[in-house]
Design a protein. Structure first.
Length: 417
C-alpha cells in the first residue's frame, strides 16, 4: 500500500491535507508534527513511505532541515509551505524536491492533491526525450523524471522513431528542433504519418528564440513549443497539461465507444474500430476467430413485470458473466437493448463452444436478486467463424443462428446450420 509521510505542525492544515490525501486514494498516512516525530516515523518497522509532503518551518527544524531528512531516506518530497522567497524556493528545487507549493489559497491544496494523484499514475506513462546532445538530453530527462515518469532517450530522429515503435506506453515526446541530418521537424512529420496528436503529443524544444520555427512546428502537429532555458517548473507544467489534454481526449473517445450502463464496448466501437483491428489478426494453425451473438430471452417481460431498474440489474449481471468468459484479446460489446456480442480471438472451436455452454449453465444457476425480486436469466446464442475480411458475413451468419436458437426453445447455443 502507498504510504505518505505528512510533516505539518499546524492542526488546521494537517486535517485539510489528510482529507485530500484520502480523496486521492492515499489512506496510509504517517503524520509528524516535528522533525523528531518524522525521524521516529521513519524508524518504525512498517515500511518506508513512497512520498513525503512537508512544511519547511517546524518547531525543532525551522530552516527546511526536514527536506534533507527525506533526501537521506530517498523519499520523493513535495514542499507545501507558507514560506516564500525566491532564494529559498530555488534552494529546495535544486535539492530535487518534486515541487514547491505555497499555502496561499484553497486552490493550492487542490493543486497538491492533483499532483499526488498524477504521481501515482506517472510511472506508467512513457516520455521520450529526443536531443542530439547527450548532456542536454540527460538534463531534460532529470527534470521531467522528478515527476516519476518513465523516461526514454534518443539521440537521433531514426532512434526516436524506433523507440516509439517499441514502447507503446510513450504518450509525449520532447523533441529538439535543431539536430544534424534529420531535425525535429523531420521527426514531427514522420510521427504524424503514424500517430495522431491525440495519441502521441510532441513538444518542440530549442535554445534559439526563432518565432518562425515555433509557428512552423505548431502548424505541422506539435502540441507545444518551449525554450530549453525555461524554468524546470514551467517545463513540468507544460508536460502535465499536454498529458491532461491527451487523456481527456482519450476519455471522451472511450465514453463514445462504451456502453454507459455495463461499461462494455458499444455497437459503434465494434463496427467502426474493432473491425479494423480484427482484419489484422493472425490465426494460429488449428485455430480461428469467432463471433458469438447473444440475446437475452424474455427480456421485455422482465422490464414489464419487474421494472426497468431490475432490467438494468439483469443487463449488468449478464455483462459480468461475459467478461469472466472473455480472455485477453477478446472483444466484448453490448450492441443495444438486450443484444450482446463476443469476438473470440485465435481460439479452437471446442474451446469457444465449451466456454459458451458454460456461460449458459452459469447464468441459469445464478439468479439476479434486487429489492426482494429474483429472476433466472436465459440467453440464446448464435456462433460463426470469422473469415479474413468478412466480418459482415460472419455477423449475418451468427445472427441467423441466434434466431435459430430462439426458435428451438430459447436458452440454446447454435453454431452450425
Amino acid at each position: 500500500m502507498q504510504t505518505t509521510l505528512l510533516v505539518e505542525d499546524a492542526a488546521f492544515f494537517e486535517k485539510a491535507i489528510v482529507k485530500k490525501l484520502h480523496e486521492v486514494g492515499r489512506h496510509q498516512i504517517m503524520v509528524a508534527r516535528s522533525y523528531e516525530e518524522a525521524e521516529n516515523c521513519l524508524n518504525l518497522p512498517i515500511g518506508e513511505p513512497d512520498l513525503a509532503l512537508v512544511d519547511l518551518t517546524l518547531p525543532d527544524a525551522p530552516d527546511g532541515e526536514i527536506v534533507d531528512l527525506c533526501e537521506k531516506w530517498n523519499i520523493p518530497t513535495i514542499v507545501f509551505t507558507s514560506r516564500f522567497d525566491p532564494k529559498t524556493r530555488s534552494k529546495f528545487l535544486e535539492k530535487g524536491v518534486i515541487d514547491y507549493v505555497l499555502k496561499d489559497s484553497p486552490g493550492s491544496l487542490n493543486y497538491v492533491a492533483d499532483l499526488i494523484r498524477k504521481l501515482a499514475q506517472n510511472p506508467k506513462i512513457g516520455i521520450l526525450v529526443l536531443d542530439d546532445s547527450a548532456v542536454e538530453r540527460e538534463m531534460i530527462s532529470q527534470i521531467v523524471g522528478k515527476h516519476l515518469y518513465k523516461i526514454y532517450q534518443a539521440g537521433s530522429t531514426d532512434e526516436a522513431l524506433e523507440t516509439l515503435k517499441q514502447h507503446k506506453d510513450i504518450k509525449l515526446v520532447l523533441a529538439d528542433y535543431f539536430m544534424p541530418e534529420k531535425d525535429g521537424f523531420a521527426f514531427l512529420k514522420a510521427v504524424r504519418r503514424v500517430h495522431d496528436p491525440e495519441k502521441v503529443g510532441v513538444i518542440g524544444m530549442s535554445s534559439y528564440a526563432n518565432p518562425d520555427n515555433r509557428v512552423r512546428f505548431l502548424k505541422y502537429g506539435a502540441a507545444d513549443f518551449v525554450d530549453k532555458n525555461c524554468p524546470p517548473e514551467e517545463l513540468l507544467l507544460r508536460v502535465s497539461q499536454n498529458l491532461d489534454y491527451i487523456y481527456r481526449i482519450e476519455e471522451l473517445n472511450n465514453m463514445a465507444m462504451r456502453d454507459a450502463l455495463t461499461g462494455l464496448y458499444n455497437r459503434r466501437y465494434l463496427l467502426e474500430q474493432a473491425t479494423r483491428s480484427i482484419a489484422t489478426w493472425p490465426a494460429s494453425e488449428g485455430r480461428a476467430h469467432w463471433i458469438a451473438l447473444m440475446d437475452l430471452d424474455s427480456f421485455k417481460a422482465i422490464n414489464d413485470s419487474l421494472g426497468h431498474d431490475f432490467g438494468d440489474a439483469v443487463l449488468v449481471n449478464f455483462a459480468r458473466h461475459m467478461m469472466k468468459l472473455a480472455k485477453e484479446g477478446d472483444i466484448v460489446s453490448r450492441l443495444g437493448g438486450d443484444e450482446f456480442c463476443i469476438v473470440f480471438r485465435d481460439k479452437e472451436e471446442t474451446e469457444v463452444i465449451e466456454g459458451l455452454q458454460n456461460l449458459l449453465d452459469s447464468i441459469q444457476a445464478s439468479p439476479v436478486r434486487q429489492d426482494g425480486d429474483e429472476h433466472l436469466m436465459k440467453t440464446s446464442i448464435g456462433v460463426a467463424r470469422l473469415e479474413a475480411g468478412k466480418f459482415g458475413d460472419a455477423l449475418k451468419t451468427a445472427d441467423h443462428r441466434l434466431y435459430g436458437a430462439k426458435r428451438s426453445g430459447r436458452g440454446q447455443l447454435v453454431y452450425t446450420d
